[in-house]
Design a protein around this ligand. Sequence first.
Ligand SMILES: [Zn+2]
Ligand SMILES: [Zn+2]
Length: 236
Amino acid sequence: MLDIFDMHTHSIASGHSYNTIYEMARGAADLGLKALGITEHAPALPGTCHALYFSNLYVVPRELSGVKLYLGAELNILDYEGRVDLGPAELKRLDIGIASMHPPCLTPGSCKELTHAYICAMENPYVQVIGHPDDGRYLADYEEMARKAKEYHVLLELNNSSLKPGGYRQNSWENARAMLKHCERFGTKVIMNSDAHVVSDVGDHRFAWKLVQETGFPEELVVNGSLEELDGYLQR
Ligand SMILES: [Zn+2]
Ligand SMILES: [Zn+2]
Protein backbone atom coordinates (compact mmCIF):
# COMPACT_ATOMS: atom_id res chain seq x y z
CA MET A 1 0.00 0.00 0.00
CA LEU A 2 0.94 3.65 -0.28
CA ASP A 3 2.75 5.10 2.71
CA ILE A 4 3.17 8.82 2.10
CA PHE A 5 3.60 10.41 5.50
CA ASP A 6 5.05 10.08 8.96
CA MET A 7 3.20 12.07 11.63
CA HIS A 8 5.19 11.43 14.81
CA THR A 9 8.78 12.68 14.89
CA HIS A 10 10.91 14.90 17.12
CA SER A 11 13.40 17.63 16.27
CA ILE A 12 16.27 18.91 18.40
CA ALA A 13 13.72 21.06 20.27
CA SER A 14 12.51 17.98 22.16
CA GLY A 15 15.82 17.92 24.04
CA HIS A 16 16.82 14.28 23.47
CA SER A 17 16.58 14.29 19.67
CA TYR A 18 19.24 15.35 17.25
CA ASN A 19 18.13 17.11 14.06
CA THR A 20 16.60 20.44 13.12
CA ILE A 21 13.21 20.70 11.43
CA TYR A 22 15.02 21.64 8.22
CA GLU A 23 17.08 18.44 8.33
CA MET A 24 13.98 16.39 9.16
CA ALA A 25 12.06 17.87 6.20
CA ARG A 26 15.00 17.22 3.88
CA GLY A 27 15.14 13.62 5.07
CA ALA A 28 11.41 13.19 4.44
CA ALA A 29 11.81 14.70 0.96
CA ASP A 30 14.67 12.31 0.16
CA LEU A 31 12.34 9.39 0.96
CA GLY A 32 9.62 10.82 -1.28
CA LEU A 33 7.21 11.48 1.61
CA LYS A 34 4.44 13.98 0.90
CA ALA A 35 4.05 15.13 4.49
CA LEU A 36 5.91 15.11 7.79
CA GLY A 37 4.55 15.62 11.28
CA ILE A 38 6.96 17.09 13.83
CA THR A 39 5.47 16.58 17.27
CA GLU A 40 7.78 17.82 20.00
CA HIS A 41 7.39 16.52 23.51
CA ALA A 42 5.09 18.81 25.47
CA PRO A 43 6.50 20.69 28.52
CA ALA A 44 6.06 18.08 31.28
CA LEU A 45 8.84 15.89 29.86
CA PRO A 46 12.26 16.97 31.21
CA GLY A 47 14.44 18.91 28.79
CA THR A 48 11.87 19.63 26.10
CA CYS A 49 10.63 23.01 24.92
CA HIS A 50 8.51 25.52 26.80
CA ALA A 51 4.81 26.11 26.10
CA LEU A 52 5.81 29.26 24.23
CA TYR A 53 7.46 27.09 21.56
CA PHE A 54 4.06 25.71 20.64
CA SER A 55 2.19 29.01 20.60
CA ASN A 56 4.86 30.47 18.30
CA LEU A 57 4.69 27.65 15.73
CA TYR A 58 2.73 29.88 13.37
CA VAL A 59 6.01 31.51 12.26
CA VAL A 60 7.28 28.26 10.69
CA PRO A 61 6.47 27.63 7.01
CA ARG A 62 4.17 24.65 6.48
CA GLU A 63 6.16 23.45 3.52
CA LEU A 64 9.90 22.76 3.52
CA SER A 65 11.88 20.91 0.83
CA GLY A 66 8.58 20.28 -0.96
CA VAL A 67 7.19 18.38 2.03
CA LYS A 68 4.00 19.51 3.72
CA LEU A 69 4.70 20.07 7.41
CA TYR A 70 2.31 19.37 10.26
CA LEU A 71 3.64 20.92 13.44
CA GLY A 72 2.20 19.64 16.65
CA ALA A 73 2.94 18.15 20.02
CA GLU A 74 3.24 14.81 21.69
CA LEU A 75 1.23 15.62 24.79
CA ASN A 76 1.82 13.88 28.09
CA ILE A 77 -1.17 12.32 29.77
CA LEU A 78 -0.67 13.58 33.33
CA ASP A 79 -3.29 11.75 35.36
CA TYR A 80 -6.02 9.12 35.21
CA GLU A 81 -8.52 11.79 34.14
CA GLY A 82 -6.58 12.15 30.91
CA ARG A 83 -5.40 15.73 31.46
CA VAL A 84 -2.56 16.88 29.19
CA ASP A 85 0.25 19.38 29.57
CA LEU A 86 -0.74 22.16 27.18
CA GLY A 87 -3.78 24.40 27.52
CA PRO A 88 -6.27 25.47 24.86
CA ALA A 89 -4.21 28.58 23.99
CA GLU A 90 -1.39 26.40 22.65
CA LEU A 91 -3.48 23.39 21.61
CA LYS A 92 -5.60 25.34 19.18
CA ARG A 93 -2.46 26.40 17.30
CA LEU A 94 -1.25 22.83 16.69
CA ASP A 95 -1.69 21.03 13.37
CA ILE A 96 -1.74 17.67 15.14
CA GLY A 97 -2.00 16.47 18.74
CA ILE A 98 -0.73 13.07 19.87
CA ALA A 99 -1.40 12.03 23.47
CA SER A 100 0.96 9.50 25.08
CA MET A 101 1.98 8.09 28.43
CA HIS A 102 5.62 8.54 29.50
CA PRO A 103 7.28 7.30 32.71
CA PRO A 104 8.39 10.60 34.24
CA CYS A 105 4.93 12.13 33.73
CA LEU A 106 2.49 9.42 34.79
CA THR A 107 2.76 6.67 37.38
CA PRO A 108 1.49 3.39 35.91
CA GLY A 109 -1.87 2.51 37.42
CA SER A 110 -4.33 -0.33 37.03
CA CYS A 111 -5.56 -1.35 33.60
CA LYS A 112 -8.90 0.25 34.46
CA GLU A 113 -7.31 3.57 35.48
CA LEU A 114 -5.09 3.69 32.40
CA THR A 115 -7.90 2.82 30.02
CA HIS A 116 -9.99 5.58 31.58
CA ALA A 117 -7.09 8.02 31.17
CA TYR A 118 -6.67 7.16 27.48
CA ILE A 119 -10.39 7.48 26.83
CA CYS A 120 -10.59 10.85 28.61
CA ALA A 121 -7.64 12.02 26.49
CA MET A 122 -9.53 10.93 23.35
CA GLU A 123 -12.42 13.17 24.41
CA ASN A 124 -10.09 16.17 24.16
CA PRO A 125 -10.86 17.66 20.72
CA TYR A 126 -7.19 18.58 20.26
CA VAL A 127 -6.07 14.97 20.59
CA GLN A 128 -6.27 13.13 17.28
CA VAL A 129 -3.82 10.29 17.83
CA ILE A 130 -3.01 8.07 20.81
CA GLY A 131 0.76 7.53 20.77
CA HIS A 132 2.35 4.12 21.40
CA PRO A 133 -0.67 2.48 23.09
CA ASP A 134 1.36 -0.75 22.82
CA ASP A 135 3.47 0.15 25.86
CA GLY A 136 3.04 -2.70 28.35
CA ARG A 137 4.21 -0.46 31.18
CA TYR A 138 0.81 1.22 30.74
CA LEU A 139 -1.29 -1.74 29.78
CA ALA A 140 -4.81 -0.74 28.75
CA ASP A 141 -7.96 -2.56 27.68
CA TYR A 142 -7.55 -2.67 23.89
CA GLU A 143 -11.12 -3.66 23.25
CA GLU A 144 -12.39 -0.55 25.03
CA MET A 145 -9.67 1.63 23.43
CA ALA A 146 -10.57 0.46 19.93
CA ARG A 147 -14.30 0.94 20.55
CA LYS A 148 -13.87 4.49 21.89
CA ALA A 149 -11.28 5.53 19.30
CA LYS A 150 -13.80 4.65 16.62
CA GLU A 151 -16.56 6.56 18.44
CA TYR A 152 -14.42 9.69 19.00
CA HIS A 153 -12.77 9.54 15.56
CA VAL A 154 -9.27 9.21 17.00
CA LEU A 155 -6.42 7.24 15.44
CA LEU A 156 -4.51 4.59 17.36
CA GLU A 157 -0.82 4.48 16.59
CA LEU A 158 1.32 1.62 15.39
CA ASN A 159 4.63 2.93 16.69
CA ASN A 160 7.61 1.59 14.77
CA SER A 161 10.08 2.47 17.54
CA SER A 162 8.16 0.30 20.00
CA LEU A 163 8.37 -2.65 17.63
CA LYS A 164 12.08 -2.38 16.83
CA PRO A 165 14.29 -5.13 18.17
CA GLY A 166 15.56 -3.94 21.55
CA GLY A 167 12.69 -1.46 21.91
CA TYR A 168 12.36 -0.33 25.54
CA ARG A 169 8.57 -0.42 25.80
CA GLN A 170 7.18 -3.71 27.11
CA ASN A 171 5.43 -6.48 25.17
CA SER A 172 4.80 -4.14 22.27
CA TRP A 173 4.34 -6.83 19.59
CA GLU A 174 1.88 -8.77 21.69
CA ASN A 175 -0.02 -5.65 22.74
CA ALA A 176 -0.13 -4.12 19.26
CA ARG A 177 -1.38 -7.44 17.91
CA ALA A 178 -4.20 -7.46 20.47
CA MET A 179 -5.02 -3.85 19.61
CA LEU A 180 -5.22 -4.62 15.88
CA LYS A 181 -7.56 -7.51 16.51
CA HIS A 182 -10.06 -5.19 18.20
CA CYS A 183 -9.49 -2.39 15.66
CA GLU A 184 -10.41 -4.79 12.90
CA ARG A 185 -13.56 -5.80 14.73
CA PHE A 186 -14.74 -2.21 15.29
CA GLY A 187 -13.36 -0.74 12.04
CA THR A 188 -11.04 1.55 14.01
CA LYS A 189 -8.30 3.15 11.94
CA VAL A 190 -4.62 3.13 12.80
CA ILE A 191 -1.64 5.26 11.77
CA MET A 192 1.92 4.00 11.31
CA ASN A 193 4.49 6.40 12.76
CA SER A 194 8.25 6.23 13.22
CA ASP A 195 8.58 8.29 16.44
CA ALA A 196 11.95 9.28 14.98
CA HIS A 197 14.36 11.15 17.26
CA VAL A 198 17.00 11.30 14.53
CA VAL A 199 16.61 11.98 10.81
CA SER A 200 17.77 8.51 9.78
CA ASP A 201 14.61 7.09 11.40
CA VAL A 202 12.17 9.41 9.64
CA GLY A 203 9.62 7.45 7.58
CA ASP A 204 10.76 4.09 8.97
CA HIS A 205 7.58 2.03 9.38
CA ARG A 206 9.14 -1.37 8.61
CA PHE A 207 8.11 -3.15 11.78
CA ALA A 208 4.66 -1.55 11.92
CA TRP A 209 4.08 -2.69 8.36
CA LYS A 210 5.40 -6.15 9.15
CA LEU A 211 2.83 -6.44 11.92
CA VAL A 212 0.02 -5.29 9.62
CA GLN A 213 0.99 -7.94 7.11
CA GLU A 214 1.60 -10.66 9.65
CA THR A 215 -1.83 -10.20 11.23
CA GLY A 216 -3.65 -9.78 7.92
CA PHE A 217 -4.98 -6.45 9.23
CA PRO A 218 -7.12 -4.76 6.53
CA GLU A 219 -5.00 -2.17 4.70
CA GLU A 220 -8.01 0.13 4.32
CA LEU A 221 -7.88 0.65 8.11
CA VAL A 222 -4.34 2.09 7.86
CA VAL A 223 -4.53 5.81 7.01
CA ASN A 224 -0.97 6.30 5.75
CA GLY A 225 -1.96 6.27 2.09
CA SER A 226 -4.16 9.37 2.07
CA LEU A 227 -3.57 12.91 3.31
CA GLU A 228 -7.27 13.69 2.80
CA GLU A 229 -8.16 10.92 5.17
CA LEU A 230 -5.61 12.10 7.73
CA ASP A 231 -6.92 15.67 7.46
CA GLY A 232 -10.40 14.34 8.18
CA TYR A 233 -9.11 13.18 11.56
CA LEU A 234 -7.27 16.42 12.27
CA GLN A 235 -10.34 18.61 11.82
CA ARG A 236 -12.20 17.22 14.78
ZN1 LIG B 1 6.28 9.03 23.27
ZN1 LIG C 1 7.51 10.52 20.41
